[in-house]
Design a protein around this ligand. Structure first.
Ligand code: ATP
Ligand code: MG
Length: 325
């Protein structure tokens, strides 16, 4: 039985990149009866960037509603808020003391921001350690993530190795990243990686008109309507190819190459495709956003299950570190 674990930060509402890069691949894996899935809302991680408590509560609900809307079976699997299981922060502290400074200083997520060090808080710097704790607490074997997380998972393995060496036994289980190469990194409307913090994302759960507006904002070049266009470099085409059927993608490619087909047409096709593909999840998402107590009960149920497992790991860790009598 393999344990799959994945988390989404509550730093914003989940977007198409999260959905294609983490949520849907995670749900797919969870359907295999051989697998047990552990999906959590990384609300502690979101504190590295988001300080507003009311917004965090709203985003936590949105992330939870998105998992459920996209078909996550919370009865069969485990589903919780990171902050409600205190063992995450406890293990993170222990692991901090096994993490060499240069390992963190070399993390791409930190390096990207290192030009503006004044904006980097210690939480952001040690974020990969909290992430290692998230994974190791549950003995997770498989971690389906986007390419951006590959380096962090290598760090988790490194940290776990160092810990196990000291302990003289394999207390922490080394996880494997599982990267869906077909999905890769979903681009945002400006062509950079789609990210909550870049404000370049497509939120598929917004009202129809807003969804249409955001697809219209996707950056495109100035090739004239009648001229052929290069599908390989166009963001709208790239996004369409990630959500539409292969035959529809082939048809759009032909339209691009023959000319007479404007970016406006492509954006409209993408909008319609998103609306159709996510029709059911959009309804379920809104249902849970409006039924707060139902969502809360589901999360509490998951937290009972998560806590029991986290406590088993932390008991072993405390013992080997001399923190229990
Ligand atoms: P933030 O900007 O706050 O880091 P984010 O949008 O990058 O937010 P995360 O919560 O960091 O989202 O990521 C959650 C999961 O979604 C991770 O597994 C990550 O690999 C995946 N993911 C995030 N953005 C993308 C993307 N653009 N394409 C594919 N997968 C993505
Ligand atoms: Mg991220």
């Amino acid at each position: 039985m393999a344990r799959i674990l994945t988390g989404i930060q509550s730093s914003g509402r989940p977007h198409l990149g999260n959905i294609l890069g983490a949520i849907l691949p995670g749900i797919e894996l969870s359907k295999n009866p051989e697998n047990e899935s552990f999906f959590f809302i990384a609300d502690l991680h979101s504190l590295t960037s988001l300080k507003d408590g009311a917004l965090r509560t709203e985003y936590v609900r949105a992330v939870a509603a998105a998992w459920l809307a996209l078909g996550f079976d919370y009865k069969k699997n485990v589903f919780w808020r990171q902050s409600r299981i205190q063992e995450h922060t406890e293990l993170a502290w222990y692991l901090n003391c096994f993490t060499p400074f240069p390992m963190l200083a070399n993390a791409t997520s930190f390096k990207e921001k290192s030009e503006k060090l004044a904006d980097v808080n210690a939480g952001l710097f040690t974020y990969p350690v909290l992430q290692a704790a998230d994974i190791l607490l549950y003995d997770a074997n498989i971690i389906p993530v986007g390419k951006d997380q590959k380096q962090h998972l290598e760090m988790t393995k490194d940290i776990a190795n160092r810990f196990n060496q000291l302990a003289g036994e394999d207390i922490l289980i080394l996880p494997e990243p599982q990267i869906d190469e077909a999905v890769m990194t979903v681009p945002g409307i400006d062509g950079q990686k789609m990210s909550k913090s870049y404000h370049n994302y497509i939120d598929i759960f917004v009202p129809e008109n807003d969804l249409k507006k955001v697809t219209k904002k996707i950056v495109s070049d100035s090739t004239a309507l009648e001229d052929p266009k290069n599908p390989e470099t166009d963001i709208t085409f790239k996004l369409y190819s990630l959500v539409a059927s292969p035959s529809d993608v082939a048809a759009m490619r032909q339209n691009y190459e023959k000319g007479g087909y404007g970016y406006g047409h492509a954006k409209q096709a993408l909008f319609e495709c998103l609306l159709e593909k996510f029709a059911e999840p959009r309804k379920i998402f809104n249902y849970y956003m409006e039924n707060e107590s139902e969502l809360e009960a589901i999360l509490k149920e998951g937290e009972e299950k998560a806590r029991a497992i986290a406590q088993q790991t932390i008991t072993k860790v405390r013992k080997v570190l001399g923190f229990s009598s």
